[in-house]
Design a protein around this ligand. Sequence first.
Ligand code: NAD
Length: 485
Amino acid sequence: MKYEKTQNFIGGKFVASTTDRFLDVISPLDGNLLSTVPMSVSKDLDDAVVAAKAAFAGWSKTPIKERVQVFFRYKTLLEKNLVELAKLCSEENGKTYSESVAEIEKSIELTEFATSLPQLVTGEVLEVSRGVECRTEHVALGVVASIVPFNFPSMVPNWTLPNAIALGNCMIMKPSEKVPLSCGRLAELLKEAGLPDGVFNIVHGDVAIVEAICDHPAIEAVSFVGSTKVAKIVYQRATSNYKRCLALGGAKNHLMVLPDAIPAMTAQNVAASMSGCAGQRCMAASAMIGVGNVDSIIDKICEEARKIVPGENLGAVINKESQDRIERYITEAEKDGAKILVDGRNTKVAGKEGGTYVGPTVIDYVKPGMSVATEEIFGPVISIMRTNTVDEALAIENANPYGNAASVFTQNGAMARYIIEKASAGMIGVNVGVPVPREPFSFGGWNESKFGVGDITGKSSIEFWTKLKKSTTKWNAEAGVNWMS
Ligand code: NAD
């Protein structure tokens, strides 16, 4: 085992869980055992809540300008430790080193945003009648929880923790049991940055601990990022316990290619979008709709896909179960009459035979009803459908239950504008394959890609992580005699 046993982080210290159930943490790159992770029990969560509640009294009363000083230092520490953090992220998740570097850089950008919160979180004040003032201020909620998926071990925790904590909350993070290691390093860096003990805590586990979080009476708000199936469960359970909840789910992002698209640029973007992070991004292009004759662009996409080498510029998928599921989708599409132009099945990387790799896969002549057209594959696979008109393409996109992202490749501004208006997704790209909004713009999909109000990052997150206090005051001379007015 390469690393020590993973432990919970409670009250500023790594502590052993009281559980007797542990899972192995396996590197998807080569199948090697990295660590073990405890499947914590509700007693562990109770301990974390006690620590967080105790810390909340002091942390929430610390002025925000002081609170964000921790995040200036945390940002510097992320920069200083970037190489080590990126290596760890690749080892546990399977993505390439350069993808992990980009992930840590995005974590740094998210932290930069948190340091700007004092500028954004000011309340409002107005003299509403003579001598009477109304004022609003954003107040921290208390103990909050963040439940995260496997595909971004550093970035998705950093979607929530800097903003929630800078706004005065104390957090319990539940990492994915598949990639629990990066989060522990983030906790160490936060401590080194001067975050008081108990403000950030980690409780590892699976279903049972997520349920315990949703049920815990002292947790005020739950944010979740993961599959739609689990997002629905978490949203229902947390809100039925009267908690605030924002639950981001899965995706099936459509990319529309029009005949006037610039061929080389489009092909590079499509190939990069579908294969980056081995297709395990909720913003990955998963379905492409060619409108009219785009055969020459499809040829170029295949050329680009063939340049992608598993184990070099393509990482591994998370585990064997995932590899088998992705390959099943490809085989099913083939059986249903689709044409596999580039086939990533049965991929092995020399010297890393224990790794779980799927090569880039391009499937053409997919029909809208096939499973590769409608379901989230979460692998480096693009399913190409063809239509004669933009409206037919939009009808396919609109019919999909998800709504994270959609993109169009065209040189026609009016057509691009029309697609921005008609596509049913929260994040739209024009000549952009992965349309993730950069800070300070917020991240969040529509439909079955997100449950709850607002977005998880950017300015929108201020509303989620705080409650508004409204005060009305009167200190004029009349107040002494006419206090009821
Ligand atoms: P997942 O839903 O399996 O797991 C997410 C979290 O929920 C993990 O911490 C896991 O331990 C927990 N969990 C799993 N099953 C549970 C259950 N039955 N009850 C309660 N908790 C449970 O997701 P994943 O496989 O880790 O991540 C991939 C998914 O996340 C994809 O669907 C992807 O699209 C989605 N994702 C979405 C976004 C977004 O912004 N919308 C971002 C990243 C990932």
